[in-house]
Ligand binder design. Structure first.
Ligand SMILES: [Fe+2]
Length: 306
């Protein structure tokens, strides 16, 4: 069958406890340094690392045949995967991240409640307030959506994940990024060129755009310094977004309404010019920290010590 989900990630940060408190507040369910979403189970682990980075990503596959195919493809790239009965793992050397492909059950998500919207000539919600304004329950991300990293050789890193692991390219901006999927989500992984390996952001699916707004507003209450970029709608992937900054400097994104690709034959991958228009359809101006990390000098200094 195939790869079917981004199951979990492990991130390394210098300040583990402070960062753990942030992700609990973000809406993930905490158990020590491990965090769960409502639909995806345990999807985040936070460990110590001198510099913030992606340590491991675990990808779900349907059956052992998929693992054999991954092992063969990696071998063709000159990478030796460590094969176990239900997994194969290999380090992507430019990011330093360990990719673990495991036989796992597919995720099952209860459908989101249908949000009735009123529009010109189309009243879906008559004689009552919008349910979204009455919500007061805590935000609870449904699943981990994607992870974005920078590596010093983004093309080689992409080859590892596309030609080796088996990700599919949904859209690309040549020289800047390829949006790669291992599920029906438009992208689960994106790798961008950077002088040093680092974790750009993790992204977490919520019910709808109101939950994106509610979640970010709650995180910013008393913590305006967390604000990074939002509310907006991406062009590639189409999702609503709001990015916040965790205490280690990684961005965490609430997203909803991402493009879904259920039939490869019906999706036409696009090749887009590098421009801000490819990045977002609307929203506030892109902050410089989205394009280049504020702590780049620190990341480079720390990487030389590692
Ligand atoms: Fe994102």
């Amino acid at each position: 069958m195939a790869l079917h989900r981004l199951a979990s990630i492990t991130i390394g940060v210098p300040n583990v406890e402070e960062t753990c408190r942030y992700y609990a507040e973000f809406g993930l369910t905490r158990d020590g340094a491990c965090f769960s979403t409502s639909d995806g189970g345990e999807q985040l682990r936070i460990v110590h690392s001198p510099a913030r980075r992606l340590i491991e990503l675990c990808i779900g596959a349907d059956d052992p045949d998929d693992l054999d195919r991954v092992t063969d493809r990696l071998a063709r790239l000159g990478v030796t995967g460590q094969r176990a009965p239900a997994s194969v793992s290999a380090v992507e050397i430019h990011s330093g991240a360990l990719a673990v492909i495991k036989v796992l059950p597919r995720i099952s998500q209860a459908p989101a409640a249908i949000t009735p919207y009123n529009g010109p000539g189309r009243a879906e919600r008559k004689n009552r307030r919008a349910p979204a304004v009455l919500r007061d329950q805590p935000i609870r991300p449904r699943q981990l959506g994607h992870v974005v990293i920078g590596t010093p050789d983004a093309e080689a890193s992409q080859r590892f994940f596309v030609d080796g692991v088996g990700f599919k390219v949904s859209d690309q901006v040549p020289g800047v990024a390829a949006f790669m999927r291992c599920s029906t989500d438009h992208h689960n992984l994106l790798i961008q060129p950077s002088p040093v390996a680092f974790l750009h952001h993790t992204s977490w699916q919520v019910e709808d755009v109101d939950e994106v707004g509610r979640g970010a507003s709650r995180m910013l209450d008393g913590h305006p310094e967390r604000h990074t970029w939002g509310l907006g709608r991406h062009f590639i992937g189409s999702n609503f977004f709001w990015y916040l900054r965790d205490p280690a400097g990684n961005f965490s994104e609430y997203y909803s309404d991402m493009d879904t690709i259920t039939d490869d034959q019906l999706w036409t991958p696009g090749t887009w010019e590098p421009s801000l228009g490819a990045l977002y359809a609307w929203g506030p101006d892109v902050p410089p920290s989205m394009l280049e990390p504020d702590d780049l000098a620190d990341l480079m200094a720390t990487s030389h010590q590692m």
